[in-house]
Design a binder for this molecule. Structure first.
Ligand SMILES: Cc1cc2nc3c(=O)[nH]c(=O)nc-3n(C[C@H](O)[C@H](O)[C@H](O)COP(=O)(O)OP(=O)(O)OC[C@H]3O[C@@H](n4cnc5c(N)ncnc54)[C@H](O)[C@@H]3O)c2cc1C
Length: 518
């Protein structure tokens, strides 16, 4: 067994293998060969002025075999195997497909959007010219919402499945090895497209299928059992099971399920705004007045506070990143955030959202399971009406927002389509606005200087999690009333974020194999 050693080093020392080796030798009191130790864990501790890097290291004896650090993924040839339909090629759908191939089943993935190569152009047209393609954008297309996402690979749902397997799959498809050791792994929007495409190559190489620009408009259900799907061009695709992994931006999928009388439930979610600061300011706050220098990453933050009985929290913080347009329909504005692998833009953005419970919307909406979805759409439409046309977003300086004061001019903002001055405090739903204003004051007491007019609030962050659940049995993972239908990932309301959706995809694939007697 390798010896586990912990080291606490300065950021500069932790950046150089030679310095790590010297520190290790000092701690162990013996000399080591450079290829006899492996850094297995890396995290930054910036709580005190003297910032340290914590390293977990495995040290091997000279005659000891180095442990294989990667699990083997054993893909099988599934050309002649039983077909399973997967709707959606996001993290949930892609990881379900990869796992099915390992389990000897043939995934047939149906995706409404385009392959990454073409999707990239649509995303560029959206950013540069404000042209929204309804089927190819930040939410729809190869890799789903995960492709042009920030690529943070954190997850809080570690109990539900093996998140390490997911990280290893990302690594095997081209992600940097540091995602296996960093406490807060991150890939970046520039690297994700090639990784997602490499996953497709694996699926297809072993006989799985991926069909792009094919939209599912109905489920084939016979005798209470899912037999396949109907496409918008009239074709049917049959499979022994259907995995529904359509994300939470496909409102039409929820409407389709309602039309087919397939049970859905409204669920709590969260909405708010995105806030953007100069990254230098966040670095100074988090690194105690120092800049980040050459050895520290762009600083991050996580903030949370209860206000009037509801959680208010930062979501998907993107250091060195950009705010991006994540709308999927005309007349409704949604923003989100991303960064490139180097996280080197001069801006730091994060969603700042307020928890919304069913009781908060039930009284005002009689739409049953789609109540939350309607509430979300109403806020996105209000943001559009207060924006500058197309995907030009409404914005306000942060301190002005908190003080109920209209801004006159705006600081530079990373949002590519541009922002216009808008009194967000006047049109944001009062229950959200009030709580955000109170929380920003508290956040300023935790991070001195956070509440500043150098920061800007951009509207609206409405798609943090699904407002709908497609209920499934907790053991078989099949829909509660349709056999062979497996709701999966974020759209099903059982996962959120790349890793947790990927883990859910793998679990669901295993449940399908169990159902089919594999
Ligand atoms: C800009 C941005 C940044 C993000 N950053 C992060 C981050 O850093 N870390 C993180 O963990 N999460 C992040 N997320 C969230 C993350 O991307 C999602 O949680 C995750 O992608 C959800 O996975 P999913 O597979 O369940 O659904 P999705 O990724 O939404 O994929 C669903 C797929 O289904 C397809 N589809 C929908 N309807 C149909 C239909 N009728 N027929 C055929 N296909 C259909 C869609 O086109 C889509 O490709 C970010 C999201 C965005 C938009």
């Amino acid at each position: 067994m390798p010896e586990s050693v912990s080291l606490v080093l300065s950021p500069r020392e932790a950046a150089y293998p030679e310095a790590i080796q010297r520190a290790l030798e000092k701690k162990l009191g013996r000399q080591l060969a450079p290829d006899r130790f492996v850094v297995s864990r890396r995290s930054i501790d910036s709580r005190k002025r003297r910032i340290r890097v914590n390293l977990g290291i495995r040290v091997y004896a000279d005659d000891e075999a180095m442990m294989p650090s990667l699990p083997g993924f054993c893909y099988r040839d599934v050309r002649a195997a039983t077909p399973v339909v997967i709707v959606g090629a996001g993290p949930a759908g892609m990881f379900a497909a990869l796992r099915l191939v390992e389990l000897g089943l043939r995934p047939v993935v149906i995706e409404r959007g385009k392959p990454v190569k073409y999707r990239r152009r649509d995303v560029a047209a959206l950013n540069r010219r404000g042209i929204l393609n309804h089927e190819s954008n930040y939410a729809f297309g190869e890799g789903g919402a995960g492709t042009f996402s920030d690529g943070k690979l954190n997850t809080r749902s570690k109990k539900r499945g093996d998140h390490r397997r997911v990280l290893h799959r990302f690594y095997q498809h081209g992600a940097d090895g540091c995602i296996l050791t960093d406490a807060h792994p991150h890939i970046g929007s520039n690297r994700l497209p090639e990784i997602v495409s490499a996953m497709r190559v694996t699926i297809e190489a072993y006989g799985g299928e991926i069909h792009f620009q094919q939209k599912v408009v109905g489920l084939s259900v016979t005798g209470g059992r899912a037999m396949g799907v109907r496409l918008d061009d009239g074709h049917r695709i049959e499979g022994r099971a259907v995995i529904l992994a359509t994300g939470h931006s496909a409102r039409d999928v929820y409407e389709m399920l309602v039309d087919q009388k397939i049970a859905l439930q409204a669920k709590p979610f969260a909405m708010g705004v995105r806030v953007e600061h100069p990254q230098g300011l966040i670095n100074r706050i988090q690194y105690h007045g120092q800049g980040r220098g050459d050895f520290l990453p762009a600083a991050t933050y996580t903030l949370v506070r209860q206000v009037e009985g509801r959680g208010v929290y930062s979501f998907c913080m993107c250091p060195g990143g950009f705010i991006v347009p994540a709308s999927t329909r005309d007349g409704a504005l949604v923003v989100n955030g991303m960064s490139f692998s180097k996280r080197n833009s001069p801006h730091a953005n994060a969603g700042m959202v307020v928890e919304i419970r069913l009781a908060d919307i039930a009284a005002r909406d009689t739409a049953g399971p789609l109540a939350g979805l309607n509430h979300q759409l109403a806020m996105e439409q209000t943001a559009f009406e207060n924006g500058g046309g197309g995907v030009v977003a409404p914005a306000q300086r942060l301190a002005d927002f908190v003080d109920n004061r209209s801004s006159t001019r705006l600081p530079t903002c990373s949002y590519p389509p541009g922002v216009v001055v808008s009194p967000i405090h006047q049109w944001l739903p009062d229950a959200i606005c009030r709580r955000l204003q109170a929380a920003f004051k508290v956040f300023d007491s935790k991070m001195k200087g956070f509440l500043t007019n150098d920061a800007v609030v951009v509207g609206v962050e409405s798609r943090t999690s699904s407002p709908v659940r497609i209920p499934r049995d907790s053991v078989s993972l099949q829909h509660v009333s349709v056999q062979g239908l497996f709701p999966c990932g974020e759209g099903a309301g059982y996962a959120g974020g790349i890793v947790s959706c990927a883990v859910d995809g793998e679990r669901v694939a295993e449940a399908v194999a169990r159902m089919l007697g594999g």
